[in-house]
Write a protein that binds this ligand. Structure first.
Ligand code: BGC
Length: 386
């Protein structure tokens, strides 16, 4: 088989696997993409080179290994080896990765930026080389060259985290500890905004009392926060998406808080890695009687924490859907057509066409019916699962 024919076959198979994946998920309606991605059209535009490259933010968080695995599985099913590069939390390395892929002749780069604003330089470099950019999970800000955005419903992620805490609170005066993601990640703002939508009215009415952020207390009567206001709170309660930072901050908060600020506590933790770190700090505090803590990503370690009663919930974002959407968009861009768009996200300089997928709350009661029965994880990956 010639290389060109091989790649055409690959894209055909990717389309087929996109169809297969779409059969399992109601969220993204990729049929239109599939219809548009007829192999004959693709054959006119693809070259005898790797056409799609993927750049992910770090290997150091299980979340992004989930994405790498899903990309590789989708490409391997198509008989092809995907090039996935990691930026290791370094915007300069990220730009270098993009340049490497451009040099290799890719036509589309799927990139999840380490730093949403700093990644504009990488997107601009790709745009100048005529390479299309798909922003993946995190929006690249301030670049004209972001062609498409595949994302989960990130406002809903925060809202579900807040709702879970609220659903488990009774009475008034419940101690609330707030934590956020990295200020360099646009998603951190969106998650916090979602959580604030749900929690703020319940802070204003006395159900919750914020214990670890003077900035949040100063703004607690405002239902809607500006980006600058969100930035002030996030600046005070950021984990930087780092487990060690999260644990250190939680320990510092607990040192300052008195016994009366503890007891049965409620913790907004932005994702699973930070949730485990924060939970570990709260577990060893003698004045903490019980806690509810949120999470996000359905990382295996957190699923085990949930089974063991050490983390209360996670917001599961099925990365297979995001991968399928990214591949569908890449195929459309390769053939010169517009990917299916369900709306736009403004990145500061343009409205970026986007597709958004729903998320699922997982706690002890539905681990099996969501993550195991759907084949996301094996029951044998865990202990103590009923
Ligand atoms: C992602 C989360 C992830 C976090 C830290 C966010 O942008 O949406 O899934 O946990 O970054 O990597």
């Amino acid at each position: 088989m010639s290389k060109k024919k091989f790649f055409v076959t690959l894209l055909t198979l990717l389309v087929v696997s996109a169809v297969a994946l779409s059969a399992c998920t109601p969220a993204a309606e990729p049929e239109v993409v599939v219809e548009e991605a007829a192999p004959e059209v693709v054959e006119e535009v693809v070259e005898e080179k790797l056409a799609v490259g993927i750049v992910l933010p770090t290997r150091d968080e299980p979340r992004w290994i989930q994405d790498e695995t899903a990309f590789k599985e989708a490409f391997t099913a198509a008989g092809y080896d995907a090039e996935v590069l990691f930026s290791q939390g370094d915007s300069a390395l990220e730009k270098g990765n993009v340049e490497t892929l451009i040099t290799k002749g890719v036509k589309v780069i799927v990139i999840c930026p380490h730093d949403s604003a700093a990644a504009a330089a990488a997107a601009d470099a790709a745009g100048a080389a005529g390479v299309k950019i798909i922003s993946y999970d995190r929006l690249i800000l301030e670049s004209e060259f972001v062609d498409y955005f595949v994302t989960f419903d990130s406002i809903s992620v925060g809202e579900q985290q807040g709702q879970y805490l609220l659903d488990n609170a009774t009475g008034t005066g419940n101690p609330l500890y707030l934590y956020a993601g990295a200020a360099s990640d646009n998603n951190a703002f969106v998650f916090f905004e979602g959580a604030w939508n749900v929690l703020q009215p319940k802070i204003a009415d006395g159900t919750f009392v914020i214990k670890n952020s003077s900035e949040a207390v100063a703004l607690q009567d405002k239902p809607t926060l500006t980006r600058e206001e969100l930035g002030k709170i996030i600046g005070q309660v950021t984990t930087n998406w780092d487990f060690d930072d999260a644990k250190t901050l939680a320990e510092a908060n607990l040192t300052v808080a008195g016994a009366a600020d503890k007891g049965d506590v409620f913790i907004l933790a932005p994702n699973d890695g930070t949730a485990r770190a924060i939970a570990d700090a709260f577990t060893v505090d003698a004045d903490v009687t019980s806690y509810f803590v949120s999470g996000q990503d359905a990382e295996k370690a957190s699923v085990q924490y949930i089974i063991d009663g050490k983390q209360s919930m996670t917001v599961w974002k099925d990365v297979r859907i995001l991968v399928k959407d990214a591949i569908g968009a890449a195929v459309a861009l390769l053939e010169g057509s517009e990917p299916v768009s369900k709306g736009v996200y403004n990145n500061g300089v343009k409205d970026v066409p986007a597709i958004q997928s729903a998320v699922t709350v997982v706690d002890k009661d539905n681990v099996s019916s969501t993550l195991i029965d759907g084949g996301y994880y094996l029951a044998s990956d865990f202990t103590g699962l009923d």
